[in-house]
Design a protein around this ligand. Structure first.
Ligand SMILES: Nc1ncnc2c1ncn2[C@@H]1O[C@H](COP(=O)(O)OP(=O)(O)OP(=O)(O)O)[C@@H](O)[C@H]1O
Ligand SMILES: O=P(O)(O)OC[C@H]1O[C@H](OP(=O)(O)OP(=O)(O)O)[C@H](O)[C@@H]1O
Ligand SMILES: O=C(O)c1cccnc1
Ligand SMILES: [Mg+2]
Length: 495
């Protein structure tokens, strides 16, 4: 998928906050532009008050970085920008620097479809300060949204307990790319198909759909509308039964289903889009079964989400396919994931990376210093804990303790010898060269499913989920505490 080429026809370098460019200019001016730094992208809290987050969007990031350049038009635009006093905003020398800029960072990231947790890096960028800085906004824009929607989709699919969820969101999505990216992420999160035909074409997602009330209303009677639809699609009829009277609609669908059967064809099912979905689906099931259509599917739609689906399951509704639009693609109950991008180390003159800390009144917001990776430990294919560790430090094979970065009293002993392990951050770019090939979207979706399966159901509960252990490896915890104390001392000394 080439989102830059197909959708934006060229460069996306200006898809950034203005302050990234002013900082880039000031870095350049002060001679710090090429100083190497490390930034981490992470979030602080799962969305939807849930117990997990599903990472998505890396393929866009790869495409973004692979095509990272300031084109001629971009430079022209920047060269005519004026400062408040009317002088040019950016010096010529800086614009020349930008026009020659070649992406040269190392990027390590979790693969799409990986289950991820608060505070652990999803992406690590190492490279010249200017480039790291310029990447902040686009990386956050891409990963915040797709991970949010993939997570919402995973929750909805968990509620549907394996029954197909059809994504119907295009008409209510947040604009054009909001819709496309949402359809992609929803598919990664487990949806069976999208109604968005362009998403089907661009991403290779299955496309499906039924028909609208307007189709029924354009005929004199509902029966005529069903008959005409059956003529057009004898093998793929899902009749929308609630335009006038739902029970009567079901009976009309059965009549047309019987006529189809005489011709050796089978109707696929019906769709109910209003009223009490539990009541009408159960009535529909009875009528369809009595008439000899036990295989006919009952599709339900109308402002569904994971909570309504769970409630309908609890009411033993006879629904077996779920059409979900608005609340999925707009992440209805949480508009953003809130991932951030923070500097965690910078190379000093002696060539050594110095870990960096930012103190905050809220201990939750104190970052994790240094250059890390994340190890996930598995026991019999079940994830047991994630450990954030300093990449250049040996982990004691006889055991270590992981310490919750938000509450140091929460600790867990890890005996690596007892577990299988996986480093979650994988090399994606080395010195600007792509070293990772994104899997196709089917493979990404399969990975998401496998990852979700590897977590205990208590972490996937929709309400008050059980907390999965994620902690700092001992040495990293000590380094962080030391730097916090040093910073506090400096603060006091300066006061
Ligand atoms: N049995 C049920 N239990 C819980 N929620 C339900 C049940 N049946 C329907 N719902 C949900 O209740 C809401 C009903 O919304 P609303 O009253 O706006 O729809 P409606 O009047 O039935 O249909 P519409 O206005 O779209 O023609 C929807 O979100 C729907 O998914
Ligand atoms: O409800 P969603 O989860 O967004 O799913 C998509 C909805 O879009 C269509 O109708 P639309 O909402 O356009 O009109 P209606 O509500 O009057 O049927 C469809 O019939 C679904 O109800
Ligand atoms: O195909 C459908 O049934 C559909 C598509 C978009 C929105 N609502 C329903
Ligand atoms: Mg509606």
């Amino acid at each position: 998928m080439k989102i830059t080429k197909d959708l934006y026809q060229g460069s996306l370098a200006l898809l950034t906050d203005f302050y990234q460019l002013t900082m880039a200019y000031a870095y350049w001016k002060s001679g710090k532009g090429e100083q190497e730094a490390v930034f981490n992208l992470f979030f602080r809290k799962h969305p939807f008050q849930g117990g997990f987050t599903l990472a998505a969007g890396l393929d866009y990031v790869i495409d973004y970085c692979s095509n990272f350049r300031f084109g001629k038009e971009d430079i022209e635009y920047l060269s005519q920008m004026k400062a408040p006093d009317g002088s040019p905003q950016f010096e010529k020398g800086f614009l020349e620097y930008l026009s020659e800029l070649k992406f040269s960072c190392d990027i390590d990231a979790v693969e799409e479809g990986t289950v991820v947790f608060p505070n652990a890096p999803m992406v690590r960028v190492k490279g010249p300060l200017i480039q790291c800085q310029l990447l902040e906004t686009p990386l956050l824009n891409i990963l915040n949204f797709q991970s949010l929607i993939a997570t919402k989709a995973a929750r909805i699919n968990l509620a549907a307990k394996g029954e197909p969820v059809l994504e119907f969101g295009l008409r209510r999505a947040q604009g054009i790319d909001g819709a496309l990216a949402a359809s992609r992420a929803a598919y990664i999160g487990g949806c069976a198909s999208t109604s968005n035909v362009m998403a089907g074409k661009l991403f290779g997602i299955p496309v499906s759909g039924t028909h609208a009330h307007s189709w029924i209303m354009s005929f004199e009677t509902e029966l005529e509308a069903f008959e005409a639809y059956a003529d057009a699609f004898p093998n793929q009829c899902v009749f929308l039964v609630d335009t006038y009277d739902t029970i009567n609609g079901i009976k009309n669908a059965i009549k047309v289903g019987q006529a189809l059967r005489k011709k050796g064809k089978e109707m696929m099912g019906i769709r109910i889009d209003s009223g009490d979905l539990a009541y009408f689906s159960n009535q529909a099931r009875e009528l369809l079964d009595e008439a000899g259509f036990p295989e006919a599917k009952i599709v339900a739609s109308n402002d569904l989400d994971e909570h309504i689906i769970t409630s309908l399951k609890g009411q033993e509704a006879s629904i077996n396919v779920w059409g979900v639009g608005t609340k999925l693609v707009t992440a209805f109950d949480q508009p953003a994931l809130g991932a951030v991008y923070k500097l965690s180390a910078i190379k000093t003159e002696n060539g050594i990376f110095q870990p960096k800390i930012k103190i905050s009144q809220q201990s939750l917001k104190i970052n994790i210093p240094g250059i890390h990776n994340v190890k996930r430990y598995y026991s019999n294919d079940k994830a047991v804990a994630d450990m954030i560790y300093l990449e250049n430090e040996e982990i004691n094979p006889r055991g270590t303790v992981i310490i919750d970065p938000t509450d140091p009293t929460r600790r867990k002993r890890i005996m690596p010898a007892f577990y299988q392990e996986e480093d979650l951050l994988k090399p994606i770019f080395k010195k600007g060269k792509a070293v990772y090939q994104s899997p196709d979207i089917q493979k990404i979706r399969e990975r998401a499913q496998k990852q979700l399966d590897s977590f205990d159901k208590t972490h996937k509960r929709l309400v008050n989920p059980h907390l999965y252990p994620v902690g700092l490896e001992e040495n990293l915890h000590h380094l962080r505490m030391e730097l916090v104390l040093q910073a506090k001392k400096m603060e006091n000394g300066n006061a």
